[in-house]
Design a protein around this ligand. Structure first.
Ligand SMILES: O=C(O)CCC(=O)C(=O)O
Ligand SMILES: [Mn+2]
Length: 192
């Protein structure tokens, strides 16, 4: 399997884990059935709205905290469970929660960060599924920020990050001026 990172972590892309037809179906189901909300976050002491919609699903009791907000998980939907089992088979491990992101257009984004919450433990495996508009996903080395990698996340793809990735690499989903439609992303995680 081809590692997208030159060192200090592992990131592997499955460009077509889901067929275009399956992906179209899941995009519609998730768009309609997920309880999407625009949540506030505290950034440098100021409360601002996130530039995307989010939702948190998972096994009971697996709460999630970041940037000053704590989310209680909603109960898995049928389609989320079906997507989760395919991701688990590809990743070779199980997941108990998922953060969902809805990027309404090219102006919605996610800034540089690491998925390094202590609740994920050391060297977590994260399975990231994309449906809808293609977006560029970027990595930059945390200690040497000019070292960058980029990968196009296509409709029905799975990106798996593992090893020391969340220690050494930040990732982001930048805005784009291209006139594009909506994108749904699901990051499956294992909360300890
Ligand atoms: O939308 C994406 O591909 C990135 C999502 C992400 O990094 C996250 O949810 O932590
Ligand atoms: Mn992330």
């Amino acid at each position: 399997m081809n590692n997208l990172l030159p060192a200090d972590g592992m990131a592997v892309l499955f460009p077509a884990l889901f067929t275009p037809e399956e992906s179209d179906g899941y995009f519609q189901l998730l768009k309609e059935n997920i309880n999407w909300k625009q949540e506030p976050v505290i950034l440098f002491g100021k409360t601002v709205m996130q530039p995307r919609l989010t939702a948190w699903y998972g096994d009971e009791g697996k709460t999630y905290s970041y940037s000053g907000i704590t989310m209680q998980p909603l109960r898995w939907t049928e389609e989320l469970l079906a997507i989760k089992s395919k991701v688990e088979a590809a990743a070779g491990q199980d997941f108990n929660s998922a953060l969902l992101n809805f990027y309404r257009n090219g102006q919605d984004s996610m800034g540089w960060h690491r998925d390094n919450e202590s609740s994920l433990g050391i060297n977590p495996v994260i399975g990231s599924v994309s449906f809808g508009a293609e977006r560029v996903f970027q990595f930059r080395h945390y200690m040497n920020r000019s070292v960058k990698r980029a990968v196009l996340l296509t409709h029905g793809s799975l990106l798996i990050m593992g090893g020391e990735t969340q220690h050494y690499w930040q990732h982001a989903l930048p805005k784009t001026a291209r006139p594009i439609g909506a994108r749904i992303n699901i990051t499956f995680r294992k909360i300890k």
